[in-house]
Design a protein around this ligand. Structure first.
Ligand code: HEM
Length: 436
């Protein structure tokens, strides 16, 4: 990368100069791919009444992930602090963030979740059996099934269907608001949401109280508590409640969205689906204990779903220390949209990038910096290991044992925007496959 002398923000090319429309569907939608191609890897735009700078492409990923301390997560991710409290991981910076990630490791490291594969499988398989033949909302089904699987593995607890429904309403409404800017305050003020929130926090608070009073369980939460006790770290109720939330339900909406998108595109590719089903005829959870090696087509399918349908394709950032990129210096306080998934859609990296083509991953690797679905660097998605177990277990069971019929609408399409949700309301029925 050659740097020309540093210039101010005014010298940045402007999105508005492209004459593209900037709004649709009541949401602020931008064509960042067109802008990247025309304006290059850094440009400015008016977004929610303010000036933002967008950065995208391989160089942007390299620069953004090189040094996490150049970003002010506390400022950029304040909605998480408002909802979950001042110790919540997502909005921490520097040493407090490093300490927090270390404390969360016994809950989320691959070594901590790997052995749970058989139990996760039993839980998801049971939920599929119980719902077979019914017409259901696929997204809600997965969110509940994944949350229930978490309640039987990483954070042992019992909850009934009414509580489960309140949990997923809370999670969806909460996450939706985190990318709404100032409009989140009205969004979160909705009485229904306030009631769900009270229920979720009361449920998790009682659970934490029982653990602090000495009740022990053979789960990842206990491992987190025990390790912290051994290190002599204090155990604080208000800090533990959002940690219990992370274990029980965080991110399940995103995983459910990827499953929705993936299944819609898979069912439209009968040739690949047949091959995948043939591979999955031999699916058994124990085979995943050795990694994905026994399932190369499933692995390729999941990587392609991650590439084409990243649930959080753009990340909001605030500059903490002057950030130099492609000859421009962004001063402290600049609001940045990091378009970390732009490389997913570049022809020079992924041939025919809008095509759902799992075969592209067979016997082929792509650069790490071209994969932004889970973010990068020290704030890399905490749940990535769980997602990479939940997805193959869900699809393995589903395609081995069921015929899936999906409602044709709504059509899911590629979407590289900040805060514009992927479709979440596909109708589905799965019916047991005839044996053999
Ligand atoms: C397919 C599903 C998922 C996707 C696409 C996804 C995506 C992401 C992305 C892009 C980030 C980076 C955010 C940033 O840098 O601002 C992130 C962070 C995070 N994710 Fe996920 N996520 C998923 C599932 C989960 C799950 C299941 C959990 C469960 C705990 C989870 C918990 C987190 C947390 C706590 C962070 C913040 C980490 C930190 O700041 O240190 N995610 N996720």
């Amino acid at each position: 990368m050659s740097l020309s002398p540093a210039t101010g923000l005014d010298a940045l090319p402007a999105y508005e100069s492209l004459g593209l429309s900037g709004a649709g569907d009541g949401l602020e939608q931008f064509d960042h791919l067109a802008a990247y191609r025309s304006l290059g890897p850094i440009y400015q735009l008016r977004f929610r009444g303010e000036r933002w700078v967008a950065i995208g492409g391989m160089d942007a990923n390299e620069a953004a992930w090189r040094n996490p301390d150049q970003w002010d997560y506390q400022e950029a991710l304040s909605p998480f602090r408002e909802m979950m409290g001042p110790t919540h991981v997502t909005q921490l910076d520097g040493d407090p963030h490093r300490r927090k990630r270390r404390n969360l490791k016994p809950g989320f490291a691959m070594s901590a979740v790997f052995g749970l594969i058989p139990a996760i499988d039993r839980s998801i398989a049971g939920d599929l059996r119980a719902s077979a033949g019914q017409s259901l909302n696929l997204h809600d089904f997965f969110m509940i099934a994944l949350t229930r699987a978490n309640s039987r593995t990483v954070l042992h607890c019992d909850f009934d269907d009414v509580t489960a429904a309140a949990f997923i309403r809370f999670e969806e409404h909460f996450i939706r608001g985190t990318s709404m800017g100032e409009a989140r305050h009205a969004h979160y003020a909705a009485p229904g949401f306030q009631a769900d929130r009270a229920l979720v926090f009361a449920f998790l608070g009682e659970l934490v109280d029982r653990r602090l009073a000495g009740l022990s369980a053979a789960d990842n939460f206990q491992a987190m508590l025990d390790e912290r006790r051994e290190r002599g770290e204090p155990l604080d109720r208000d800090e533990l409640i959002p940690e219990a939330y992370l274990l029980l339900m965080a991110g399940t909406g995103n995983t459910a969205k990827l499953l929705n998108c993936g299944l819609q595109y898979l069912t439209e590719d009968p040739a690949w689906l047949d091959r995948l089903r043939a591979e999955l005829a031999g699916y058994a959870p124990e085979k995943l204990l050795g990694g994905m090696g026994a399932f190369p087509l499933l692995k390729a399918t999941l990587l392609e779903i991650e590439r084409l349908f990243p649930a959080a394709p753009v990340l909001a950032r605030v500059v903490a220390e002057p950030f130099e990129f492609h000859g421009h210096t962004l001063p402290k306080g600049t609001k940045v949209l990091h378009l970390q998934t732009i490389p997913h859609f570049l022809e020079e990296i992924y041939a025919d990038p809008y095509r759902f083509d799992p075969a592209r991953w067979i016997d082929r690797e792509y650069p790490k910096k071209s994969q932004g679905t889970f973010g990068g660097s020290t704030h890399l998605c905490l749940g990535i290991n769980l997602v990479r177990l939940h997805m193959p277990i869900a699809i393995g069971n589903l395609l081995r044992d069921y015929e899936l019929t999906l409602g044709e609408r709504p059509r899911i399409s590629v979407n590289v925007n900040y805060g514009v949700p992927l479709v979440a309301d596909l109708a589905a029925v799965f019916r047991p496959r005839p044996p053999g």
